[in-house]
Write a protein of this length. Structure first.
Length: 336
């Protein structure tokens, strides 16, 4: 009887649907020049922060322009600290962090990072600190979110990629070139543990299920890993699409997602905290490799664009990339 009750309780922890029924329900035409990386969604303020090479476009969730944060050369991401009325951008080319006011979008300061190539960036509410993960510097710059002062640098010896926080003093970051997760004590600013991710290769996107202590990590070899965020134990590996660069988890639906640059969105069903299965592959569009999730509406926002045909390889450019069609930048909205 005890085993039966435990089984029922485990299954009741999530209420994942047997069918997601998700599709691209609308396309928000944004236009303008410049590439992009990953968008950040503020569910409370109903805003999207969209990095565009040298600036951040701020939009409402229908794609209406609200404002701009300028001077963010090589911007990759945006971290939000709503309680402090502060936002932070990671600027890869200038190796700086821009601090701005959320309410007015006014730029307040620009801080030099302690490593080259800031990429992923997050705010940890348990310490009121901002972590900027510096790809070329192979370290993290840590700021006091209230003052903007640098309070420390965390060396990794490997290239950090996307990160997540449990809000209870731990920050997790993928180390792309060593295929590991580094576990950071957010108060001591020290790496506590490193967890191997094999068979995952080139880990990029990461998401977290805070309630059940699970990490979702997508890799370049078409696999998603599910890890126990307390022990590092690999609980599952699941097939995803090619070119994944983003991961998300919806606690309301018990679904995890992988955004794949090939033009698909892989949906993973959480049957219980220890059991996962691929639910379906939703067609999106080529280039839609990153995403942001709105937990209130369960909609997913994926930036992409139209592309010209890929040029033929040459000796100088053996792996040419397709060029973006001018003015074609858009955001796909996936939902029911």
């Amino acid at each position: 009887m005890r085993a039966l009750l435990a089984s029922i309780l485990s299954l009741s922890l999530v209420a994942a649907p047997s069918q997601a029924d998700l599709r691209v329900m609308k396309i928000l035409p944004i236009g303008e020049s410049g590439g992009w990386d990953y968008v950040t969604l503020d569910s409370s303020a109903r805003r999207l922060y969209v990095p565009r090479s040298d600036r951040v476009q701020v939009l409402d969730l229908e794609g209406k322009f609200i404002g701009m944060i300028k001077g963010t050369d090589g911007v990759h991401g945006v971290a939000l600290a709503p309680g402090l009325d502060r936002g932070f951008t990671s600027n890869g080319r200038s190796s700086t962090i821009t601090i701005f006011r959320l309410s007015t979008l006014e730029v307040l300061d620009q801080i030099k990072a302690t490593g080259e190539g800031p990429d992923a960036i997050l705010f940890d509410s348990s310490t009121n600190r901002v972590f900027s993960f510096n790809g070329r510097g192979k370290n993290a710059t840590v700021l006091d979110a209230a003052t903007g002062n640098v309070v420390g640098t965390i060396p990794f010896g490997h290239k950090p990629e996307f990160a997540a926080t449990d809000g209870k003093g731990h920050v997790f970051v993928n180390l792309e070139d060593s295929a590991e997760v580094a576990v950071i004590d957010a108060k001591k600013l020290a790496v506590e543990q490193r967890w191997p991710l094999a068979p995952i290769q080139d880990p990029t996107g990461m998401a977290i299920d805070v309630k059940h202590h699970r990490l979702f990590i997508v890799g370049g070899n078409k696999l998603m890993a599910v890890l126990d965020a307390t022990t590092g134990k690999m609980l599952a590996t699941l097939a995803i699409g090619t070119g994944a660069d983003g991961a998300a988890y919806d606690p309301g639906l018990g679904l995890a997602f992988s955004s794949n640059g090939e033009g698909t969105l892989t949906i993973i069903r959480q049957e219980s905290p220890d059991r996962y299965s691929v639910l379906e592959q939703v067609p999106t569009r080529r280039g839609a490799r990153t995403m942001a999730l709105d937990e209130k509406t369960h909609r997913i926002y994926l930036p992409t664009a139209e592309f010209a045909p890929t040029p033929a390889p040459t000796a100088e450019t053996p792996r040419p990339r397709p060029t973006m069609t001018p003015g074609s930048f858009q955001i796909l909205v996936v939902g029911r």
